[in-house]
Write a protein that binds this ligand. Sequence first.
Ligand code: NAD
Length: 381
Amino acid sequence: MKIGTPKEIAEGEARVAMTPASARDLQKLGFTCCIESGAGDKAGFSDAAYEEAGVEIVKTAAALWKSADIIAKVRQPSETELKRLTKAKTLISFFNPGGNEEGLELAKSKGATVIAMEMVPRISRAQKMDALSSMANIAGYRAVMEAGNNFDRFFTGQITAAGKVPPAKVLVVGAGVAGLAAIGTSTSLGAVTYAFDVRPEVAEQVESMGAEFVYLDFEEELQDGAASGGYAAVSSPEFREAQLAKFRELAPEMDIVITTALIPNREAPKLWLADMVASMKRGSVIVDLAAERGGNVEGTVKDEKIVTENGVTIVGYTDFPSRMAAQSSTLYATNIRHMMTDLTPEKDGQVVHNMDDDVIRGSTVTHAGEITFPPPPPKIQ
Ligand code: NAD
């Protein structure tokens, strides 16, 4: 069978779902590979590099979608792209199945199989295919880089002949995958780093990375009640008040605040309010990684960088992985290659779509003329 990757058509998207290295691995699984001409350009992978890796270069998107049996891409497909699917084709991509009913219906009407990368179950066996985590890791790292780029002091403290420089103070709100990556990057640059999460079980991880966990003056059982199943739940009003009081106390001291707090299937909670922004020092920087889902910060403008009246920069970009397209394409293409390994048990270039496999079942959102989203809960944890 043939795997093909088209050029991403979403504006500003620089990632690509196949790299020359992943194509070599896919060929070892028995597949032939093709790519739309120029698809890897923005991520630093030239047509020549693909050709050298044995990948056929196809001139147009239409020809690519026609000739490939399996299409691997990054962003949620457009209507035009979905119309190119047929019963015999499998699409592997981010798909936003929870908010993309029209896309599901269209893929179903075509009889195609769609694997949605955000649906890969978060169980140990599937970590190698977990594109949400690989992209969140990049976003967390890049958030710190972006903060540094807008901050006109050092992260680390220094004693120099020209004077003593205190270290920057960084607060990371939300210590999931992106938050932990931001914490690791910030501590490695030498900033004094603080972190907060509603899930107290992450305190140990935060501390093992050299940051200080911010505890609230709150009864622990109630704090525990705020989290369930590894994900956060909505906080009680009392807990929220205690959290906001703590943030109000910290705001004037922090140089950089990176917010990553999310609750599944909801708008991001507003945690850094306008009065906290107003009490921060001139020159401070906030990076709101939750901007896509409404933002954690009052004043965030999605996809923009603004400077408030009191001189605080708020970054609301939502394309952090795309800003590091070589790195994110490499990791995403590897996630896809692992998915293909599981779909090709005989390594003979033939996909076996085993719906009894938790990972394949969990991430398949249309198959054999049916919408198969949402999936049943996985059997293995
Ligand atoms: P996420 O992106 O859903 O949320 C980011 C963080 O925000 C979470 O840590 C959450 O607790 C926190 N948060 C929510 N509301 C908050 C508030 N009011 N104040 C402060 N923080 C708040 O999280 P994620 O990165 O997707 O991780 C969610 C869980 O999934 C974690 O337990 C993680 O360890 C787990 N996970 C497991 C696997 C795996 O087993 N393969 C892979 C990735 C993540």
